[in-house]
Design a protein around this ligand. Structure first.
Ligand code: FES
Length: 139
């Protein structure tokens, strides 16, 4: 039991350090998962998409737009990659190049409009209230 409590404490601390809400209040408004696994894509061009995701979302976070990002090795889809999913919207994109990623960020994440030409599935999750990580101010 003590070990579980210690692991729990460490997990909460790490979540807070990453801006992930541990209370249900605040936290990230969206979570973007980008698959760069070799079964649906590969190569330097795809790695550049990952670097671009980090750069753009890192910059937006400094401006007060909080989108959690995760690079993954498989989304159990394995086709037409790189595949990117935006939650809680549940929008799945295929063929995500750097140019397509910029459109997804500008049009979907910032503008609220799905990039229809690349969106092949829409499976929205629960509604959330956009907020900042940990309820902290952006300044
Ligand atoms: S390797 Fe990308 S979805 Fe499986």
């Amino acid at each position: 039991m003590e070990k579980r409590e210690e692991l729990h404490r460490k997990a909460v601390k790490k979540a807070e350090s990453r801006g992930i809400s541990t209370t249900g209040e605040g936290g990230y408004a969206r979570h973007v998962l980008l698959c760069l696994g070799t079964s649906c894509c590969g190569g330097e061009d795809h790695r550049e998409v990952g670097r671009r995701l980090d750069k753009r979302l890192g910059k937006l976070e400094k401006e007060g737009v909080y989108v959690y990002r995760t690079r993954v090795q498989c989304l159990s889809f394995c086709q037409a990659g790189p595949v990117l999913v935006v939650y809680p919207d549940g929008v799945w994109y295929h063929s995500v190049t750097v140019e397509v990623l910029d459109r997804i960020i500008d049009e979907h994440l910032l503008g609220g409009r799905v990039v229809a030409e690349y969106a092949f599935a829409r499976n929205p999750m629960n509604e959330t209230t956009p907020a900042r990580p940990g309820g902290e101010s952006a300044s």
